[in-house]
Design a protein around this ligand. Structure first.
Ligand code: KG4
Ligand code: ZN
Length: 335
């Protein structure tokens, strides 16, 4: 079969990224222009600023991805992009750039789902082995998904309120740590094995993840100390919070593994970079676990090229009416 080269674009949040991926596997280039420095000034992502920065960077990032890939523009088979979920204005920049590029070069477009991309990041260096369970832990998502085969996604459980990464970021914020907070909480937690007594205990609701109770308990604990002008034991708080956050994903994952009788677990999304999560899961689960290398854990376009390849070989192309959808469901594309 002829080689398939996908030009992939990801602009769902605060990274402007473009990649060229050959046959869904070989990442010929993966350019990521991060906006983190700007958003750090505000303690979180400001959607309007994100869209403007994407618009400034997108053509530069696309040109650089093609240049670094070493292939000629005329060899590109299709352009893939993230249709959602994400920030609508940010998504729109990537979608319109993809449409313009495809139109000018007379090639098809492929709309992908951001979470499918995170899952397929695991197919770049390894092969997904079905049936499998995917734990998606990112800034916007905490989900367990069962996959019987390529592009067959069955959502088992999601969060009733906050996502785990969002909670890491909010805990970091109350502790005056920079955005995004996850890596900082991870780092501080490593320095101690002491815990603090939070007004929270994990109640196992079998139907949902829930992080707002834990988040509120940490915020109240810190505010209480601040009001009394007492020192904030940041390392102990990070350690306590992180243990509880991970206990919850572990409990749900264990149950899903036994219910769905799978032999493979993949972990996807930015929080998959967490060192405690990686260690706890590999110690506590007797199942084969795949986690992408750190560079593919957080948002990047290579993961979009990875999933789009399977859509390409199934002729799952979009037309030019396709629009950004901040609340896009996996079933909307792969249903
Ligand atoms: O997947 P991602 O890049 O973007 C979304 O799609 O949300 O995930 C970003 C999230 C942020 O909330 C960030 O704090 C978190 O991943 N994160 C971490 C770590 N590295 C990134 N959370 C915990 N520990 C880490 N080491
Ligand atoms: Zn993401």
């Amino acid at each position: 079969m002829k080689d398939i080269y996908i030009l992939a674009i990801e602009t769902s949040c605060d990274e402007t990224s473009c990649a060229v991926v050959k046959n869904g596997k070989d990442v010929l280039s993966n350019i990521i222009s991060s906006q983190i420095e700007t958003h750090t000034l505000y303690g979180g992502v400001i959607p309007e600023i994100a869209s403007r920065l994407h618009a400034e960077k997108i053509t530069i990032v696309i040109d650089e991805a093609i240049k670094q890939s070493g292939i000629n523009k005329s060899e590109i088979s299709a352009v893939a992009f993230t249709q959602g979920p994400g920030l609508v204005g940010a998504l729109l920049v990537g979608i319109e750039a993809a449409k313009a590029f495809a139109f000018c070069n007379d090639i098809p477009i492929i709309a992908t789902h951001h979470i499918a991309g995170h899952i397929y990041a695991n197919n770049l260096d390894n092969d997904l082995e079905f049936p499998l369970l995917a734990l998606v832990v990112s800034g916007g998502h905490t989900e367990l998904i069962y996959m019987e085969n390529h592009l067959k996604f069955e959502k088992i459980i999601s969060t009733a309120d906050d996502a785990i990464g969002e909670t890491f970021d909010k805990v970091a914020r109350v502790l005056d740590l920079p955005y995004p907070g996850g890596p900082h909480v991870d780092k501080l937690a490593k320095n101690t094995d002491q815990v603090v007594k939070l007004n929270y205990s994990f109640k196992d609701d079998e139907k949902f993840f829930s992080y707002s109770g834990l988040k509120t308990a940490v915020i109240n604990y810190v505010n209480n100390l601040k009001m009394k002008n007492m020192e904030i034991p940041k390392e102990e708080i990070c350690n306590t919070f992180q243990n509880l956050a991970i206990e919850q994903v572990l409990t749900h994952t264990k149950r899903a593994i036994s219910q769905y009788k799978v032999n493979n677990l993949i972990i996807a999304g930015g929080v998959a970079a967490n060192s405690c999560l990686r260690e706890t899961f590999s110690k506590q689960l007797e199942i084969k676990i795949n986690i992408p290398p750190l560079k593919y854990c957080t948002d990047n376009a290579a993961m979009i090229g990875a999933v789009a390849y399977y859509q390409f070989i199934k002729d799952q192309f979009s037309n030019y009416c396709v629009n950004a959808n901040s609340g896009l469901k996996l079933g909307d594309i792969y249903g």
